[in-house]
Write a protein that binds this ligand. Structure first.
Ligand code: SER
Length: 886
């Protein structure tokens, strides 16, 4: 059974039983504790916790998931994958254990003709949490499972939570017995390779605290309702139903292995080591494409780092299979073809995805070569000094600076007959990790403990946001924090966080900077300098009490700084226009990768598959944007369903989670984007947009910076003044400046060339007089002098050769000395006749070099050297004379 059929049957089964089918969430959700979405329940977490009322009592989804903690296991086992799809059914306070067990059992054991998966009921085993007799009873009653195929297991295996405080519960897992040839008898407790887990049913009822019930710590509370969260591993079911040996050989993954076979010329299934590499490539190629598809670009921290690691592991594995050229683009294409039936956005967005992936490969291949050189040198050094270890410092540098995964270094060292000093390497890695942890801890300040915010949210609900309509409001203080702790009051001079029942203040989001302003009470004032939303739905005003004492429950008037808000809104509107302009010029592969909307200026980052944006295209984008300003279009904002926004062609950002209802910012046909930010009413209010620069910020991502409104005007004025100043100085009209400067530069170059020629002529001219002054040493002409001032280096050699030429057929020796910075350099040249007489320039040097404290050498016709003692030149010349006199 093909994967798409497995997934289709799952959805159909649960839809038939009253479940709403919900699309997979992006792999990236706003959750500070999660790098990637790793389970189907993540997008439903607020419903389990009771933070938001669920819009439906039952749901089903096929969720894309990424899990990387076991990345080293990939390819070595039958079942570890960094990307997989989790099919799940969810009940929010609706059915509980009985329903979950019934639904799962019928789907897996119903015959394939009947819409099920047709697993043999005799081969199914289940596990339950310690003393969950209720679940055991239900398994016996519903499935008729005999007692010996129901195993009790502890929290480690049969309690599920997200690994952090939040919802959790005991679970019951369903296993399929692959048969005696795959391992020991005795159920999942004995062997999880033979007994393969296919489905986990979580009876979500607890709220876990800092410590997990997995380890025996009691939950800190119960959830408002009893819920169900299940997850079936789609690839595992596929592997069993397709009769292959592991998840990597299933229909959607195997094609990448085939591509790797084609590129490497090796065959899968011949050699264990190669097979692991084939599977690593297949698994990682899929996760990378899915991750980039959701908007992540390779980087050095967080998600970007995971992605980078995956991509580099592919490059390395391919290299070990003997693939020498670039290959990631080809693997990505295969993944696209396999996956886009389910995820059409992969095809639509493939140009961008492929560009990001290929750029990373290029970067790594560049350091790969440099790294290999470093490696070779280190190996040579080790061998020369008779050592058999490669120093840990070097392995670490290769890892840290050149992006070499340590196991690549290990393998290469082994090939070279060396072992890596692992201890030192590990110590350096530990140091680095400690540093990284400290960094991360620092960055988290302000978000350390969200439970205080959550408590306010539980009591008072979300902060009503009035900021689209008004910049001032009458509000009430519903939460007051100092140093992360709730306080009843705060005094003048203290830094506080103020939570209100309603506010017009915009909290920093989507690249738009926060509002600033004032909260005014009857007898106090708080100056707000930042507004953040550490918990969805809550707006936290940060600032200083500038007068009086602010108290909890106080009635206040809020006032947003109007000028700043207006300038930020202009920038945000301009960003949408620049985004539309960039896409118009470069095509849809140019997708927004980040932005900043600050007062009067903006930054817009986007992926550019074609590298730098040509200057002419940039000018066109700028002109087009400004023509939209001139049209003074009305900007409309409205709420609509995600579906109809999609139909309207509204641009959406990757990695953004949108609810069913979305806000669209609409500037007519020119730009239509989903956006929660604030904007101006008409494009004309922007006045002017000036693009300042365009540059690379790494990994195929470009950045445009621009100014808006008066800031743009002021910038234009400054440039105008500058041009006028130049025109004045050069006595030219502004439009003549390029020509004028061009010709000035040209004249300067000519003058420099002339000067150089004159100097060279002068040197050569001195050649004739030097030759004329040659002394005669018994038939050998000798010119031995200090060269004219300024003749050094190449000139000295040229002059020596020239003097030699002027000596003609005579036996002759030319020795020229030059002094520069207290050091002596010298050149000796001999004529052919002299050489015929047995005089060699290289042999003459040792005769006199010591006199100037130096040495040198060379060939019979020309030799050179240097010394440190200019005072010895006369003595040196004397020595040379003696040497030539037989
Ligand atoms: N949340 C559970 C898991 O990830 C079941 O969906 O295994």
């Amino acid at each position: 059974m093909q994967t798409h059929e497995i997934v289709r049957r799952f959805t159909a089964h649960f839809e038939k039983h009253g479940h709403t089918s919900v699309p997979s969430a992006s792999l990236i959700l706003e959750d500070p504790q999660l790098l990637f979405v790793n389970a189907g329940m993540v997008q439903f977490k607020p419903y389990f916790l009771g933070e938001v009322p669920p819009p439906y009592p039952r749901a089903t989804s096929i969720q894309k998931c990424v899990r990387t903690p076991d990345i080293d296991e990939v390819g070595k086992t039958t079942r570890h994958a960094t990307f997989f799809q989790m099919a799940g059914n969810f009940s929010f306070g609706d059915y509980f254990k009985r329903g979950a067990i019934e639904f799962a059992w019928t789907l897996i054991t119903n015959s394939q003709g009947d819409g099920g998966y047709g697993f043999d009921p005799e081969r199914i085993w289940v596990t339950v949490f310690n003393d969950d007799d209720e679940a055991i009873g239900l398994w016996r009653e519903i499935a008729g499972l005999p007692e010996e195929r129901i195993q009790r297991r502890g929290g480690d295996d049969n309690y599920w939570d997200m690994g952090v405080p939040g919802p959790g519960g005991p679970c019951s897992e369903i296993y399929y017995d692959r048969g005696p040839e795959f391992g020991a008898e005795g159920g999942p407790e004995a062997d999880e390779d033979r007994y393969l887990e296919i489905w986990n049913l979580v009876f979500m009822q607890d709220e876990r605290g800092e410590l997990s019930p997995k380890k025996g710590h009691p939950p800190i509370g119960t959830l408002p309702h009893k819920n169900i969260d299940t997850g079936m591993g789609v690839e595992r079911v596929a592997f069993l139903l397709q009769g292959v040996d592991n998840v990597y050989e299933t229909d959607l993954v195997r094609p990448v292995i085939a591509k790797a076979e084609e590129l490497s010329g090796r065959t899968y299934g011949r050699n264990t080591e190669d097979d692991v590499r084939f599977r690593v490539i297949a698994d990682h190629a899929r996760s990378s494409v899915m991750i980039v598809g959701d908007g992540v670009t390779p980087g050095n921290e967080g998600r970007g780092y995971v992605l980078r690691r995956l991509l580099r592991r592919i490059v390395r594995s391919a290299r070990l299979l003997g693939v020498t050229g670039p290959c990631l683009g080809e693997f990505a294409t295969v993944v696209r073809d396999a996956m886009s039936a389910t995820y059409p956005e992969l095809a639509a967005d493939f140009e961008r995805i492929s560009a990001v992936i290929r750029a990373e490969e290029e970067t790594f291949r560049a350091t790969l070569t440099a790294g290999e050189k470093i490696f070779d040198t280190a190996v040579d050094e080790a061998k020369r000094s008779g050592r058999s270890t490669l120093p840990g410092d070097q392995a670490f540098a290769l890892h840290d600076t050149y992006g070499f995964p340590i196991d690549l270094t290990l393998e290469m060292a082994e090939e070279a007959g060396l072992v890596v000093d692992r201890e030192r390497f590990t110590a350096l890695m530990d140091e680095q990790r400690t540093r990284a942890k400290a960094d991360a801890a620092e960055r988290k300040v302000g978000f350390v403990d969200v439970s205080v915010y959550r408590a306010v949210l539980d009591t008072h609900g979300v902060t009503d946001f009035l900021g689209y309509q008004t910049l001032t409001s009458e509000s009430r203080v519903v939460g007051l924090l100092r140093d992360g702790q709730t306080v009843p009051a705060a005094e003048e001079g203290e830094r506080v966080e103020v939570l209100l029942d309603r506010t017009p203040f915009y909290a920093e989001a989507g690249g738009q900077q926060a509002d600033t302003g004032v909260l005014r009470g009857a007898s106090f004032e708080v100056r707000v300098d930042d507004v953040q939303s550490p918990v969805a739905g809550l707006r936290v005003h940060r600032g200083v009490v500038t007068a009086g004492t602010v108290t909890l429950d106080a009635e206040i008037v809020t006032e947003v700084d109007r000028a700043r808000r207006a300038a930020v809104s202009r920038a945000h509107t301009a960003t949408h226009l620049v985004h539309a302009g960039v896409r118009g010029a470069l095509g849809s592969a140019a997708a927004q990768a980040g932005s900043l909307n600050a007062p009067g200026r903006l930054r817009f980052d986007f992926t550019s598959p074609t590298g730098a944006v040509p200057a002419a295209a940039l000018v066109e984008i700028e002109e087009e944007v400004n023509s939209v300003l001139q049209e003074d279009r009305e900007i409309q904002t409205y709420e609509t369903s995600l579906d109809s926004a999609r139909k309207l062609g509204a641009m959406m950002l990757f990695g953004e989670k949108y609810g069913d209802s979305v806000r669209v910012v609409d500037m007519g046909d020119y730009s239509r984007e989903l956006c929660g930010g604030t904007h101006v009413g008409r494009t004309g209010e922007l006045g002017l947009v000036r693009v300042l620069s365009e540059a690379s910020i790494g990994s195929g991502v470009r950045r445009v910076e621009a100014l808006v409104g008066l800031d743009a005007f002021k910038h234009a004025t400054t440039e105008h003044l500058l041009v006028n100043q130049l025109a004045d100085q050069l006595k030219a009209r502004p439009e003549e400046l390029p020509d004028r400067i061009g010709s000035l530069v040209e004249r300067l170059r000519t003058a420099e060339r002339d000067l150089e020629k004159h100097r060279a002529d002068a040197v050569l001219a001195s050649g004739a007089s030097l030759a004329d002054a040659a002394e005669d040493l018994d038939g050998t002409a000798l010119v031995a002098v200090t060269a004219p001032d300024g003749v050094t280096g190449n000139d000295l050699r040229t002059l020596a050769a020239d003097v030699r030429g002027k000596l003609g057929d005579r036996p002759g020796v030319v020795a020229l000395f030059a002094v520069e910075d207290g050091k002596v350099s010298f050149v000796v040249a001999t004529t052919k006749a002299a050489r015929d007489n047995g005089i060699a320039a290289g042999k003459l040097i040792p005769e006199f070099a010591a006199a100037v404290g130096g040495r040198g050498g060379g060939k019979p016709d020309l030799a050179q050297g240097g010394g440190t003692d200019p005072a010895g030149i006369d003595a040196a010349i004397q020595k040379l004379r003696s040497a030539l006199r037989p």
